[in-house]
Design a binder for this molecule. Structure first.
Ligand code: SF4
Length: 330
């Protein structure tokens, strides 16, 4: 368990009150009109927060709208087949989020949405940030949400790279916790940018220690990036009577939960495509070969092409089939 952080922001009560007032006034006037800001439904807000964990706002909007059209309630998502949920999530990546979200939806459908921050933390895939964001925005619970954007703002306001949860708790406006949390995130997303912050437009610049010292670029400290792992695999592309040989989804591995081409050796293989795909810290190079199958692999099956649109396919396979279709039509 991580130790609670110590407060590093050196603002007195009056300055903190002024910080809240300025930040909220700026947010009220400048906040973006985003679909998840037009609702107080905790399930809808949970969906948006889970999607936004690894996805940019602009990219998440169409997925959010489509996902809620398919699964408008926690009960609808809980009832859905996992393959249907994964298909709706295709393109967002990090599919464990979709699986956890569905598990959380089942809990919510069974017991109702958690009434407290602590209970929200019990939902699968919900950590301190998401629990604070959802319960503050949907239920008005006074918990500060600290994501990457907020952490950057805090580090700069404190001029201290250790700034974190304790500082966010101290600054939080407990009368408008949901708005305050969103205002901090919005400030990080629109003004206190990772590269060069727009301090001239910042509503709280008078309370920002890094700005006063002229040291904004020193905060937050740069993180050492995890080295990228190079992975090479060979896929076998085998068609037969309008069907495609596929390996079914497995619970683990690179293509967890998704159909993909089998990794089997072929007779007289011929290279037909080279694909690049990135998953978190892995760079995957896939060579696709066609040829004759020596022996039908036990775990694979020929899937009619008419079914391919209805089953979850690994992203590089989906792209490969799309390119192939266009090539064949040309
Ligand atoms: S003054 Fe600049 S560095 Fe400080 S919080 Fe505002 S935008 Fe960020």
């Amino acid at each position: 368990m991580s130790r609670p952080s110590k407060q590093t922001i050196a603002l007195n009560t009056r300055a903190i009150r002024d910080f809240r007032r300025r930040l909220l006034a700026w947010h009220d006037a400048n906040k973006r009109d985003l679909p998840w800001r037009r609702t107080r439904d905790p399930y809808h807000i949970l969906v948006s927060e889970i999607m936004l964990q690894q996805t940019r706002v602009a990219a998440a909007i169409p997925y959010y709208e489509c996902f809620l059209r398919l699964f408008p309630t926690a009960a609808a998502l809980g009832r859905a087949r996992e393959t249907t949920v994964l298909r709706a999530w295709t393109g967002l990546g990090y599919y464990s989020r979709a699986r956890n979200l569905q598990a959380a939806a089942r809990e919510i459908a069974r017991c109702g949405f958690p009434a407290t921050y602590e209970d929200a933390l019990e939902l699968p895939g919900v950590g301190p940030y998401t629990a604070a964001a959802v319960t503050s925005i949907a239920l008005g619970k006074p918990h500060a949400a600290v994501d990457g954007n907020v952490k950057r703002v805090l580090a700069r306001v404190a001029a201290d790279n250790r700034a974190g949860q304790a500082d966010a708790d101290a600054l939080l406006d407990t009368e408008r916790p949901g708005d305050f949390n969103q205002a901090m995130m919005e400030l990080g997303a629109l003004v206190c940018l990772p590269g060069t912050p727009k301090c001239g437009e910042c509503p709280v610049s008078r309370h920002c220690a890094a700005h006063a010292q002229g040291s904004v670029t020193e905060f937050p400290a740069r993180r050492v990036k995890r080295a990228t792992e190079q992975v090479k695999i060979r896929w076998a592309f085998v068609e037969h009577n309008d069907a495609l040989l596929l390996a079914p989804p497995k619970p683990g591995g690179l293509w967890r939960g998704f159909w993909h081409l089998p990794e089997i050796s072929l007779e007289r293989p011929r290279l037909v495509a080279r694909l690049q795909h990135g998953i978190t810290f892995r760079d995957i190079e896939i060579e696709v070969y066609t040829g004759r199958v020596r022996r039908m692999p036990v775990a694979c099956e020929f899937v009619p092409k008419t079914r391919l649109k209805r089953i979850p396919l690994a992203t590089p396979l989906r792209k490969f089939l799309k390119d192939l279709e266009m090539e064949r039509q040309a």
